[in-house]
Every structure is written in C-alpha cells, then in structure tokens.
Design a protein around this ligand. Structure first.
Ligand code: ADP
Ligand code: MG
Length: 202
C-alpha cells in the first residue's frame, strides 16, 4: 500500500527531475514550440513543492495530487499547465480520501487521469504530444513501475519522427518531423520519478 508520504516523495522526485532537466525541456521546445516548456514546468513544480510544504501533514494521497494539480493549473501559463493539472487532479479525485492506496488503485486512477488529459486536449497517441509517453507508460504499470518508466521514455523517443497534430508544434506541419516532443519528454520524467520512488522502498 502507498501512503501520503509515498506521494510526497514522488512529487518531490518529479520536482527535482524538472529542476535538473528544465534547460533540456526548453531546448526541445525551441525548434517546435516557443522555448518555454522547461521554464513553465519549473515554475509550476516549485509552486507544487511550496504548496505541499504548506499542506497539513495528514492530507491523504488523493488530496495531495489534487492540490498539486490545482497548483499547476494556477501557476503554469502554457498548454502543459492545464493538461498536467488535469492529470493530477483527476488522478487524485479517483483516489478519494483513502489514507493508503494499492498499486492497482493507483494504476486505475492514473488511467482515468490520462483519459481526462486526452479529452481536454483532444489528442490521441500518435499526435506527438505528452500522450505518446503517458499512454504506454501507464499501460505498462500493469507490469511494473520500472516498465512504466521505460515505456514512457521509449514513447517520448518515438515522437521524433511523428508529425505534430496538436498544440503549437502542429502549426509547423511537416517541419515538426525530426524533433522529440517536449511534453512527452517531461511526462517520461514524471513516470520515471514514480518508478524511482516505488523502487526506493515504501
Ligand atoms: P505551450 O505549447 O503553450 O508553450 P508548453 O511548451 O508548456 O506549452 O507545453 C508544450 C507541450 O504540451 C507539447 O510538447 C505537448 O506535449 C503538450 N501539448 C500541447 N497541446 C496538447 C494537447 N492538445 N494534448 C496533449 N498535449 C498537448
Ligand atoms: Mg511552449
């Protein structure tokens, strides 16, 4: 079972990964975007860290994810803020107010969260978005957390030859081909952070 401390550690690992990789995410967003993805997520996740620090210690897993999601929505200006905010809010809502959640419940909740992202953005796998990492990553949670991290990283890499059909990169048409999607790359960071947190014990 995974308790609130596990979710705090996951979100902190995600924040640390965004801090480490922010420059690379912004570089990826330069040829097929407006060079702000790393900055957007850094602003958002630093605000998440502050919000979690200020949250009541007994806040349950679902409450922590909803708080993180609300914080991303209110602090990230780009398209990715509402999308990641929706992912975490919806996942948190699915978990309800249970003090501890099973790996199976977390997998189902993340699946619902990814579905909400797809509905909000109107995108599907193959459109060269964060869904190209999130969908295979969450599907591989049925195998293991490490498999989810691997599948998300492979999914992010697989966006390079894709033609973007959603978001800013889609304005480039054929010129979007040959570049890895920044949002798929950051989604892989989030799922790798989850895998590292799960493997680190708890
Ligand atoms: P913006 O495009 O507003 O500058 P960001 O640079 O922070 O926002 O995020 C860009 C990322 O958001 C893209 O790389 C892509 O993965 C993701 N994205 C954009 N539009 C959509 C969408 N409709 N559905 C899913 N993901 C999207
Ligand atoms: Mg951008």
């Amino acid at each position: 079972m995974r308790d609130a401390e596990f979710f705090r550690r996951w979100l902190e690992a995600a924040t640390a990964a965004v801090e480490r990789e922010a420059d690379r995410l912004t570089e990826l967003d330069s040829p097929i975007g407006d060079a702000d993805h790393g900055n957007n997520l850094l602003r958002g996740f630093l605000a998440v860290r502050a919000a979690l620090d200020a949250a009541d210690a007994p806040t349950p897993p679902g409450g922590l994810l909803q708080l993180a999601g609300r914080t991303l929505i209110s602090t990230v200006g780009g398209a990715s803020g509402p999308l990641y905010g929706t992912l975490l809010r919806r996942t948190g809502k699915e978990l309800g107010d249970a003090a501890e959640v099973s790996d199976e419940a977390l997998r189902e909740a993340l699946d619902a969260g990814v579905g909400a992202v797809a509905r909000l953005g109107g995108a599907a796998p193959g459109d060269k978005t964060m869904l190209d990492a999130l969908v295979p990553g969450v599907a591989a949670l049925g195998t293991s957390y490490a498999a989810a991290g691997d599948a998300a990283e492979n999914g992010a890499r697989a966006t390079t030859p894709m033609l973007a059909r959603k978001g800013r990169a889609s304005y480039l048409g054929e010129r979007s081909i040959g570049h890895q999607d920044p949002g798929a790359t950051s989604s892989a960071l989030l799922l790798r952070a989850l895998a590292d947190t799960a493997d680190g014990g708890a």
